[in-house]
Design a protein around this ligand. Structure first.
Ligand code: NAP
Length: 327
């Protein structure tokens, strides 16, 4: 039976059309920095084939992400409005077609591809391959905070630098979010680890992470592997510190070909890729308390803009800044 609405006369079949479900999200409608971010209603995403819908619990921040081209465009096409924060932990809420190995209710963590909407929202859709299950003993905040730094550090040391025991490695910014993981994993590999810090006040922490030598200025080499984990311009001293034929890894942007040629180093930029097997390895490591994950501060989703604005400000502690979406 079709029933007319008493006020409008509209028929029920039209009135009952399902409204698009919405969610709270942090979004930017125009390119820019944290000042563009607004907390507002947004359409709730729907998982496609091979994807899962995750009810986000924690979303970690890499402050530089608002400067990455992938944040704003995909294949050259503008993506605004965008949702930032690609490092997540949450609970599987829905499965797209063909997803195996995950079930509704699973606690998961991982990375949203950088050219898609991120996890600073109540829900996010992510390829099922880009998340892994985690145990309840690992907190959502820690899991979200660890995913990007750990995967980046492993890709740097294992896939790019092929770091081996006994080699000498220099990490510029060895106590930053990514740097702290590189320092820890380089130490467990058995390398001799030298790190730079912005102030010697960070020396005890750097040593606790596994640094053998802690300095404020880039030292003369030679080092087999040199990694810049600070961001911004890479000083020429980093190219000079690598041994001839050694490897310089740059995380923020492609390195200078001229300086690489001048110093005879193999200078490489890469963007981390998500690997389910490494997320599973990380879940085990976190469950065993096998790696230090530092959390600088947390913000509720409604204050997500303040979280991003805090990037250049002094932090109450070293480590990642994490948005708590649900607790
Ligand atoms: N390519 C990729 O796949 C990938 C993945 C993740 C991150 N990244 C990039 O990696 C970079 C680092 O990211 P992050 O999240 O680790 O940043 P972060 O947490 O801000 O770490 C940067 C570190 O550098 C230190 N630092 C600043 N100036 C320094 C100096 N002159 N000498 C020594 N240390 C100095 C900072 O110490 P203080 O706090 O004491 O100043 C901080 O510990 C960013 O450029 C990011 O875009 C790239």
């Amino acid at each position: 039976m079709r029933v007319a609405h008493p006020a409008t006369g509209e028929h029920a079949s039209a009135m009952d059309a399902e409204p698009t479900p919405t969610m709270k999200a942090l979004r930017a409608h125009e390119r820019g920095g944290p000042e563009r971010l607004v907390y507002e209603d947004a359409p709730r995403p729907v998982p496609g084939a091979g994807e899962v819908l995750v009810a986000v619990r924690a979303a970690a921040i890499t402050f530089a992400e608002l400067t990455w081209p992938e944040t704003w465009e995909s294949d050259g096409v503008d993506r605004t409005p965008i949702i930032p924060s690609h490092e997540l932990a949450g609970v599987v809420e829905g499965l797209g077609a063909g997803v195996t190995g995950l079930a509704v209710g699973d606690s998961v963590f991982g990375l949203v591809p950088f050219n898609r909407d991120g996890a600073a929202a109540e829900y996010v859709v992510v390829p099922a391959e880009d998340v892994a299950r985690k145990g309840s003993e690992v907190s959502d905040v820690v899991a979200a905070a660890a995913a990007l730094p750990a995967l980046t550090a492993w890709e740097a040391l294992r896939d790019q630098a092929h770091l081996a025991a006994g080699q000498r490695i220099l990490i510029r910014g060895g106590t930053g979010a990514v740097g702290a993981f590189i320092t820890q994993f380089a130490h467990t590999t058995g390398a001799e680890v030298t790190v730079t810090v912005s102030s010697m006040a960070a020396e005890p922490r750097a040593r606790g992470l596994g640094a053998d030598h802690v300095v404020t200025d880039v030292p003369a080499g030679p080092f087999d592997v040199v990694i810049d984990a600070v961001g911004g311009d890479v000083p020429e001293s980093m190219y000079a510190a690598a041994s001839p034929g050694g490897t310089l890894l740059v995380l923020q942007e492609p390195p200078s070909k001229e300086l690489a040629a001048k110093h005879g180093v193999n200078a490489v930029f890469f963007v981390v890729g998500t690997r389910k097997d490494r997320l599973e390895e990380l879940a085990e490591l976190l469950a065993a308390d096998g790696v230090e994950v530092a959390i600088a501060q947390t913000f509720p989703l409604s204050e997500g803009r303040a979280a991003y604005e805090s990037g250049p400000l002094p932090k109450p502690a070293p480590g990642k800044t994490v948005i708590i979406v649900r607790s």
